[in-house]
Design a protein around this ligand. Structure first.
Ligand SMILES: [Zn+2]
Length: 169
């Protein structure tokens, strides 16, 4: 299974930390269905370290993505492979995006740290060096895909991003 990993380098002190995407994070919606939670590397003030946090798009971003998915000419802008993808897959992606949009409409709280639930977080953007949000120095974040061992547990959170107890598998 391919997962994202993040390498965060503090260029001022030459320290590199790596964190790996937690696969299997889902919102448990009110009808018991699940929606994949998008994680993003963050600096959490409460945890006092780099963690992962929710990445929450705006409704406008989701509408733009839906419009792209529905347009065969522009679909490839999301991912080149989508240009020639199976129509069933496209339908699934549109369905997931609509579900995400419906969830987003009801979501009230800002993005939370998936470790501790704090909203005092700072999402780390890639590409450009940024100054350390809760420390000293400058950070460069590199994101890459890596083959990982698939982890068996799942993290479930409420639609507002609060952790639910682990379910026995
Ligand atoms: Zn935290």
């Amino acid at each position: 299974m391919l997962t994202w990993s993040y390498e965060i380098e503090n260029t001022s002190i030459g320290k590199i930390e790596r964190i790996h995407e937690t696969p299997g994070c889902f919102y448990r919606l009110t009808d018991e269905s699940r929606l994949r939670l998008q994680v993003w590397p963050a600096s959490c003030f409460r945890c006092g370290r780099f963690t992962e946090a929710e990445r929450i798009e705006t409704l406008e971003e989701l509408d733009a993505k839906l419009a792209q998915l529905r347009d065969p000419e522009r679909r490839g802008l999301i991912l080149p492979q989508l240009r020639f993808a199976d129509p069933l897959l496209i339908e699934q992606l549109i369905g997931q995006c609509e579900l995400r949009r419906a969830w987003r409409q009801t979501r009230v709280s800002p993005a939370k740290c998936i470790e501790c639930g704090s909203t005092e977080i700072c999402l780390l953007s890639g590409n450009e060096p940024i100054s350390h949000p809760c420390g000293v120095g400058e950070l460069v974040v590199r994101i890459s895909l890596s083959g990982g061992i698939s982890i068996r547990y799942e993290i479930l959170v409420t639609p507002e991003g609060d952790r639910l107890p682990l379910e026995p598998s």
